[in-house]
Ligand binder design. Sequence first.
Ligand code: HEM
Length: 185
Amino acid sequence: MHGTIFFHLQGFAEKVLGPSGWKKLLEEAGMPMKVYSPAAAHADEDIIALVKAACSLTKLSAAEVLGAFGEYLAAELLALYPQLIRPDWRTLDVVSNTEHAIHTVVRAKNLDATPPVLRAQRVSHDQVHLVYASPRQMCTLVKGIVKGKRHPPEALHFAYYLARHARTRHRELQIRRTHHSQLRR
Ligand code: HEM
């Protein structure tokens, strides 16, 4: 995982667990005190161990930890490359355009960055069908990032498809904009 994500995980840990949150997280993961350079890639095993440690410290599930971290991360990522986001894009437009307008550019600019492949199909004005492919299997982080991006505020409903392609390990996600206050999760 790229150092940018570790860097923001440190900020998130300190926000949620207090100023010594990063230290606590590393200790819980049985890792030595370290700062991950945001200019390089680091082992996926490390982020997996840190998420696991966050689960034991907070008593939350991995999906809940990744969801909350994704919400925090959204603002940081969007601030990183504001020029990639058209000002008139609403949340579902960002989701539909992440692969070709954002992650493709991120891969070109950071040769060691390997963001997930997100194939989006705009099913209707209010709905996007997303196929997520990543060996990291952090689909719930997508949900958090999308929720964190909601500006202007929009009610969204997320449904994970049961279909989990065993060989390719793709996950499918349906994101629907709901009207009224139907947002539950
Ligand atoms: C300007 C906005 C964005 C920027 C700059 C950005 C950049 C990045 C970067 C640098 C990584 C780390 C890649 C690596 O570890 O090698 C990443 C990972 C990720 N991004 Fe984005 N991203 C953006 C928006 C989004 C959006 C809108 C979504 C969801 C629709 C998304 C989903 C993810 C996920 C789930 C990961 C975690 C890695 C994985 O699952 O394999 N990103 N992104």
